[in-house]
Design a protein around this ligand. Structure first.
Ligand code: GLN
Length: 544
């Protein structure tokens, strides 16, 4: 039976609970424990798949095809444990299941209620699939006191009663604000937040206090006393220079030690933190830098491209260089507006990321053209690969080349497919069907052409598995004319029907991929495509 760590947040949102959960899991893992992290989101969407990136940041896709909260990306990047559908649940999904059961008559005439039916569903989600894990960390979205979070808090209270004594622990993340006029840190918000949590029947065991300034010993004692927590279990969490130093920083403050002590474990092995020392050293002491232009749509909100941002940093770590990311609004590159060359010339690499919809697509195509003609290293991801194929088709004599995503076209170089093979067999969808959960999602295999740059990037592999999230595909009817014009289709689905990777052998480094490699990159195992891309950008930087 796994031990459970419940992580809640108080005072304000955006305290970095997800990062905290990921860091704590990484520390427990470094001590040899097997960990898994789960995220509970109180909102009513069934999953974040249909939410705008501006609302909720990136949608993180798992191998098993779930569209999940971006915190699962942190979990996977910090622990290397592949997240699954079973690791993220929302109120919407829970209500959807309960209402479906009610309609089927499964409740045998009973009145269906928040307690016990919703809370039971939350509990069984937390308890599912826990075999052979030492610790399951459950992070709860939102802030204590939110109306929509109440059933989750009640489920934690019940679980703490029902699971064996000593097998659960509550970690509460709060804010200790600094009031400049008074020159003091204030503990009152933390006290109120813990009181609110206690009023729901949950007494925290460990408090993680986010603060901009060191918390004096006297304040730590005060928090401990008023919040009924041991002083050593009040852990200061100061702002970190980078997210990758958070595990080391929390360890230095005693977070993992106090969590283990809370479970009565005092003889745990010391953590092996070598991997984290290496990662922070590479990040903190770069020996050069490159500038990458990312030509996208949601450039105003860094969270919209969270994994991409991290994967570029990992690519930099692989070469011990700092990666300066310039987020460029594709719409500015549309005809008649900003001078594309002037904006892209300073870039050592150009990346067109995934995206949806027509807005900015001509700007993305123009950026691909710039990268091809000026021989600047290029990586196109998902929509970025589709734009690279459209650009290639236009150059190859199909001036009307487009994607059916942008409306009817006579040259559908990118089109919707309604049938494809997955591990579960033939998948079908209607071209006008629901938007939620109907894309080609999750891990799919691709077969690589021997002697291609793609195979070389993947260390000579002849087959790879990467994660997908898209509705449209490059139309295989255009493979022949595009190949004649210099674009090589170096990765295909195993049945040979769906283009997965394109590249240009006559270009220093030009690759487009239909999948999302950024989702699988880790700081201690940078994704080969990002390591390769940054390596090529480094070459470019040496040239200019
Ligand atoms: N909009 C494109 C599609 O649905 C690309 C999606 C993406 O980039 N994730 O196929």
């Amino acid at each position: 039976m796994a031990r459970y760590i419940f992580i809640t947040g108080g005072v304000v949102s955006s305290l970095g609970k997800g990062l905290m959960a990921a860091s704590l899991a990484a520390l427990l893992q470094a001590r040899g424990y097997k960990v898994r992290i789960r995220k509970f989101d109180p909102y009513l969407n069934v999953d974040p798949g249909t939410m705008s990136p501006y609302q909720h940041g990136e949608v993180y896709v798992t191998d098993d095809g779930a569209e999940t909260d971006l915190d699962l990306g942190h979990y996977e990047r910090f622990t290397g444990v592949s997240a699954r559908q079973a690791d993220n649940v929302t109120s919407g999904r829970i209500y959807q299941q309960i209402i479906a059961r009610e309609r089927r008559g499964d409740y045998l005439g009973a009145t269906v209620q928040v307690v016990p039916h919703v809370t039971d569903a939350i509990k069984s989600f937390a308890l599912a699939d826990q075999s052979d894990h030492d610790f399951i960390l459950c992070e709860f979205g939102g802030t204590v006191g939110d109306i929509e979070g109440l059933p989750f808090m009640e489920a934690i209270r019940q679980l703490r009663n029902e699971l064996p004594r000593g097998d659960t622990l509550s970690v509460h993340v709060t804010l200790v604000p600094y009031i400049r006029a008074a020159g003091e840190l204030k503990t009152k918000p933390t006290q109120h937040s813990v009181r609110e949590l206690a009023s729901l029947g949950i007494q925290p065991d460990v408090l993680l206090c986010r603060a901009e300034h060191p918390i004096p010993e006297s304040d730590r004692r005060k928090i401990a006393q008023f919040c009924n927590v041991r002083a050593e279990a009040v852990i200061p969490a100061l702002d970190a220079p980078s997210i990758y130093s958070v595990p080391l920083q929390y360890h230095a403050e005693g977070l993992d030690r106090e969590v283990l002590r809370g479970f009565g474990i005092t003889d745990a092995p010391e953590p092996d933190l070598a991997r984290w020392y290496d990662v922070t050293d590479r990040y903190n002491h770069p020996e050069g830098e490159v500038t990458i232009g990312v030509v996208g749509k949601y450039v105003g909100l860094p969270d919209a491209y969270k994994s991409l941002n991290e994967a570029l940093v990992h690519g930099g770590m692989a070469h011990r260089v700092k990666v300066n990311i310039r987020w460029l609004d594709a719409e500015l590159f549309e005809e008649g507006s900003a001078d594309i060359a002037a904006r892209l010339e300073p870039m050592h690499g150009i990346l067109v990321p995934g995206g949806f919809g027509e807005r900015g697509s001509e700007g993305k195509i123009a950026s691909v053209r710039f990268a091809r003609e000026r021989r600047v290293p290029f990586l196109g991801i998902c929509l970025g690969m589709q734009m690279a194929c459209i650009e290639a088709a236009r150059a190859a004599g199909f001036p009307e080349a487009s994607s059916t995503e942008f409306g009817p076209t006579r040259e559908p170089v990118v089109g919707i497919i309604t049938e494809w093979m997955s591990r579960e067999g033939l998948q079908k969808r209607e071209s006008e069907g629901d938007l939620g959960g109907t894309m080609r999602l999750g891990a799919y295999e691709a077969v690589l052409a021997g002697n291609s740059r793609a195979a070389n990037v993947y260390d000579g592999a002849d087959s790879i598995s990467e994660r997908h999230r898209h509705r449209y595909e490059v139309n295989s009817a255009y493979i022949d004319p595009l190949t004649k014009d210099g674009l090589i289709f170096s990765g295909m689905s195993p049945d040979g029907l769906l283009p997965e990777i394109v590249e240009r052998p006559d270009h220093p480094w030009f690759i487009g991929v239909q999948f999302h490699p950024e989702l699988k990159s880790k700081p201690f195992a940078p994704h080969p495509l990002f390591a390769g891309f940054i390596g090529a950008a480094l070459e470019q930087a040496r040239l200019v």
